[in-house]
Design a protein around this ligand. Sequence first.
Ligand SMILES: NC(=O)c1ccc[n+]([C@@H]2O[C@H](COP(=O)([O-])OP(=O)(O)OC[C@H]3O[C@@H](n4cnc5c(N)ncnc54)[C@H](OP(=O)(O)O)[C@@H]3O)[C@@H](O)[C@H]2O)c1
Length: 246
Amino acid sequence: VRALFPQPGGDGCDLDDADLVRIYDYPRGRPWVRANFVSTVDGAAQGPDHRSGSISGTADRRMLALLRALADVVLVGAETARVERYGPADIRPEYAQIRADLGLPPTPPIALVTASLDVPERLLSDSRTLVITSEMSPPDRRAYLADRVDVAVVGDREVTAHGVIDALTSRGYGRIHCEGGPRLFGLLVHAGLIDELCLTVSPQLLAGPGLRILAGPQLPEPMPLRLATVLESDDFLFLRWLVRNS
Ligand SMILES: NC(=O)c1ccc[n+]([C@@H]2O[C@H](COP(=O)([O-])OP(=O)(O)OC[C@H]3O[C@@H](n4cnc5c(N)ncnc54)[C@H](OP(=O)(O)O)[C@@H]3O)[C@@H](O)[C@H]2O)c1
């Protein structure tokens, strides 16, 4: 991985894992919501198979693994969990020490937002899985899930963005790594609850109907972002933006 901006050691400075941990270290003393996506150069967030793996690559997978290693929790929308066949997060052996040094348990739990409670069965094998839903979700299914995993009921009707973040922070999860998808990201962006966007630009053109990284109604005003880091590896760009008021 090379740093293109800023360039701490000069032009195209090579970075090792310790440098990356420093760059992506979460701010202390307050909860922080980091969103992470990959998109093709022309803006597709889904490959031809409607999944993101087909637009990812070795360098992007490595970055995703590192970002997961730094987090208290991985937050995801239920559709992404279903399409991408989520199970409990595993951490690459080479990143185990990073988590230990941060005082984190070996793996982060997965938190998912759902109205339907259609939760991938594999996620139920970790009792720390957090299902965030509302009073409107099917009560029988909710009771079934509550016997197996952690269920947070936030809101009478809709799950609100603030309800999602409160459910996480009240459990001590302040380093929040949100892996989308576009609709959950839209919910959080509209509520002003995103602090940082890490976007991998995959060196591909695709066109077609694929989703962009952000879905939902247009924002009343464009949300300004401040560029914090530009990294490059194997023609993938790793862009890190901070939301201006964060
Ligand atoms: N390129 C990337 O980096 C990337 C990252 C993530 C995902 N993706 C792709 O994006 C696609 C899925 O994204 P998506 O935007 O359709 O879905 P999503 O945001 O992952 O999940 C949407 C689902 O989350 C639940 N949800 C969201 N807001 C809610 C609310 N306010 N209250 C209750 N439940 C709520 C609902 O689950 P229920 O349906 O269970 O009620 C809803 O159907 C997949 O194809 C995936 O591969 C790409």
